[in-house]
Design a binder for this molecule. Structure first.
Ligand code: GLN
Length: 409
């Protein structure tokens, strides 16, 4: 099972890794920042490294300082007093947390519903644990539509209902969504929650971009909807929150009935998460409010988003204005390239978008991620229309990328 199929094909992050692209190519591909975490946070990491205890194994639940910080930061957002001993689990990045939930809960053949496009990691994480992914489309905006927002990517709740079978164990929600940037509305989440209740399903809500919701939109946590706390696990990430994607520090928040078995799985997979950077993440959450860190950061990201979308406006290319996350989907179906262009093997075997993004990276000097990677093989053609451009970069870099992209005219 593990040796077959898409799960072990070369992943898009390896193909479009900066190591495979010219050194002067501007990287708007894999979503990570080209700036440092805030200094007051990295200083906490340095302090932790000089201490003794934070250089050693942490409790598999996570260091108590970080669990306390998560409790204090998130309890008001979940309208409840989170219990550090049973409702919070620190994980080695959000990925490992999700993986451990699947390990803890999936029996061979259990079905896991995900909206498509989906963050690509979900697929192997489900299949490696014996689960079967089931896809429900996010319907793209009508092609004729000049300007669209991530809210124009819609769900059909009847399609979701039809996808549910007696084997369905779990639904994955991702809001704000990668790669679309969609911020699921309260009404959408209520409809999903009603089905989860009716069919007794678990919900994994990946909310790693919760600090990046623009234009005054509301970030609704499905765990907060009536009756949903007991069946929902919510995923968070220090990497996204504090510009520290390489730390691999994330967390899960949920009821004891989900956290306890997941702790057992996580303990056997990684035992514990790296300790010193848990101290730094704790410092970040402890001081964020008083420093108005997330408010300031959100404004900075809104400016970054505008630089990219202005560039696409000037080009007259269609794109999806994201209401959350740090990605813009650009319609690249009209970007032409010579069929005999010297594409590498890894790109040749894939969809048109893999070629278009490669061509743009090499000829225009800006890299992006082909969106068919976020679709199952059967539906990959839908994703071939798009390239995903990340704007988690400094203003200067984005302006330079914006200029280069004008050559697409
Ligand atoms: N979440 C990041 C992105 O979507 C990185 C993904 C990864 O490297 N696996 O770009």
């Amino acid at each position: 099972r593990l040796k077959e199929g898409r799960a072990l094909a070369q992943d898009v992050w390896s193909i479009y890794n900066v190591a495979n692209l010219p050194a002067d190519c501007i990287n708007l591909g894999q979503g990570y920042m080209n700036f440092s975490p805030p200094q007051w946070v990295t200083e906490a990491a340095q302090t932790a490294l000089r201490d003794i205890a934070p250089n050693h194994y942490s409790h598999p639940r996570g260091r108590i300082r970080l669990r306390e910080a998560i409790k204090n930061f998130y309890s008001p957002q979940f309208n409840r007093e989170l219990d550090v001993e049973s409702e919070i689990l620190v994980t080695s990045g959000a990925n490992e947390g999700q993986y451990s939930v699947f390990t803890a809960f999936l029996e061979h053949g259990d079905e896991v519903i995900m909206f498509e496009p989906f963050f690509d990691q979900y697929l192997p994480s489900v299949t490696f644990n014996g689960g079967k992914p089931v896809y429900v489309p996010l319907h793209p905006p009508a092609h004729s539509k000049e300007k669209s927002t991530s809210n124009d990517w819609t769900i059909d709740i009847d399609e979701l209902r039809r996808a549910i079978t007696p084997r369905t164990k779990m639904i994955i929600i991702n809001t704000p969504h990668n790669p679309v940037g969609k911020v699921f509305t309260r009404a959408e989440l209520e409809a999903i929650a009603a089905l989860a209740e009716e069919f007794n399903l678990l919900v994994m809500s990946d909310e790693v971009y919760d600090c990046l919701v623009f234009d005054g939109k509301e970030h609704v946590r499905i765990a907060n909807l009536p009756g949903m706390w007991d069946r929902t696990v919510t995923v968070g990430s220090a990497g996204k929150a504090f510009a520290a994607t390489g730390w691999r520090v994330g967390w899960l928040i949920g009821p004891k009935s989900i956290i306890q078995p997941t702790l057992a799985a996580s303990t056997r997979i990684v035992f514990c998460t790296n300790s010193p950077l848990q101290e730094a993440a704790a410092c970040g959450l402890e001081q964020a409010k008083e420093r108005q860190f997330f408010e300031t950061q959100l404004k900075e990201y809104a400016e970054r988003r505008a630089i990219l979308t202005d560039a696409f406006d000037r080009l007259g290319l269609k794109y999806t204005l994201p209401e959350g996350s740090y990605f813009v989907l650009l319609d690249i179906s009209d970007v032409n390239f010579p069929e005999d262009y010297p594409f590498p093997e890894s790109v040749l075997g894939r969809g048109r978008d893999f070629k278009a993004c490669w061509f743009i990276a090499l000829e225009i000097g800006v890299s992006s991620i082909p969106v068919s990677e976020f679709y199952c093989d059967e539906h990959a053609n839908i994703g071939e229309a798009f390239g995903r451009f990340a704007f988690c970069k400094d203003v200067e870099t984005l302006k330079k990328a914006a200029e280069r992209l004008q050559a697409l005219k």
